[in-house]
Design a protein around this ligand. Structure first.
Ligand code: FUB
Length: 343
């Protein structure tokens, strides 16, 4: 079938490309494959919550069946160049009653000395949902709630703690992430807008004070162009695909994400965590591999981009490795674009 042969061709191209690229930063972890790094500073250390990639006999396709992950490991570093500690398995799919397969990109949050791991997985009906698990330590092990968070769907949760003590969860991903199947919070046949119609929108909602449920209806987030118009579905260089992240810099909210098939990490800014956000520019040029996924965190006065590529596996798209590199906000608040390799 075409999808499979196209995917295999991409994979072969990547393997060849891997031999020619010079890395600006090395994989943080090389004893297992890791991806989708969500980083936070807890107790003066950097904690990273990534996906744990594994070999799979599932077909390589546009639904991402080859991303067949089954558990999470948490990593910590005392300093950016320090040894990375693998704290072992923090949550296994067998410990999550509602989840059947595909533990994709997670995130974590801390409140009142407790730590919460938010993670997407497919339930027994084949639908992606978002679950939560808690622990008294940032590295886990985490204990999952018996059901997924009511009202959640799709993938890639990212939880942002605002200065007023509110926590917001951003989520959603196209294609395998099923966002195109959700119409006003009900699942149905997939529906993609035409190229000249507004693009599908990422979702967000405030979390309840106990961090275990949504405190409000799910909102769709608007991302606008420089003229105040919604980004269009055909604008694949700028429109939202998956992998949301929120950070604040000089009182502005920065919403960053992957553009999917154009392989970019881009960002938009707003005065409010609910948006609308206005598109600003490119953070990370395409990396080796189909997916690109990131987070942004501040540690001891410097900002860092956490991301992944597939250098360690020689370009195999479902066997990725996490990395970090310094990120710069320029004087005017714009983010300096990062090229991940030397030419
Ligand atoms: O790791 C599986 C999926 O690949 C993630 O959920 C996406 O963001 C992409 O990185």
């Amino acid at each position: 079938n075409n999808i499979n042969s196209d995917a295999e061709a991409v994979n072969k191209k990547d393997l060849a490309r891997a031999g020619h690229l010079q890395q600006k930063s090395l994989p943080l972890v090389s004893h297992i494959y890791t991806a989708d790094p969500s980083a936070h500073v807890f107790n003066d250390k950097i904690y990273i919550y990534p996906s744990h990639d594994i070999e799979s006999d599932k077909p390589l396709n546009d639904d991402g069946d080859h991303f067949d992950m089954r558990d999470y490991h948490v990593f910590s570093l005392n300093e950016p160049d320090a040894k990375v500690i693998d704290h072992g398995c923090a949550l296994d799919i067998n410990e999550v009653k509602w989840a059947e397969r595909q533990m994709w990109a997670p995130d974590a949050a801390q409140k009142d000395g407790k730590y919460y791991l938010y993670f997407p997985a497919r339930d027994y009906d084949g639908l992606f949902r978002i679950g939560v698990a808690s622990s008294n330590q940032p590295e886990g092990p985490f204990k999952a709630e018996p059901s997924y968070i009511k009202g959640t769907y799709s993938i890639d949760p990212a939880v942002y703690e605002d200065k007023d003590g509110s926590y917001y969860m951003y989520f959603g991903g196209l294609w395998g992430g099923q966002l195109q199947n959700w119409h006003k919070s009900s699942y149905g046949p997939e529906q993609y807008p035409a190229n000249d119609e507004p693009a599908l929108k990422p979702r967000m909602a405030k979390l309840s004070p106990d961090m275990l449920s949504l405190d409000e209806e799910v909102h769709e987030i608007s991302i606008l162009d420089e003229y105040g118009n919604e980004l269009l579905a055909g604008d694949t260089d700028r429109r939202y695909f998956e992998g949301p992240w929120l950070h604040k810099y000089k009182e502005k909210y920065y919403f960053s994400y992957s553009t999917g098939e154009t392989h970019k990490i881009v960002y938009a800014t707003s005065e409010s965590p609910y948006g609308p956000f206005t598109y600003q520019g490119l953070i990370l040029e395409p990396v080796l591999g189909w997916t690109t996924h990131h987070s942004i965190a501040k540690f001891k006065g410097k900002w860092y981009l956490f991301y992944h590529d597939t250098m360690l596996s020689g370009g195999q798209t479902h066997l990725r490795n996490i990395k970090m590199i310094e990120l710069t906000h320029k004087e005017d608040g714009s983010i300096q674009t990062i090229s991940p390799y030397f030419n």
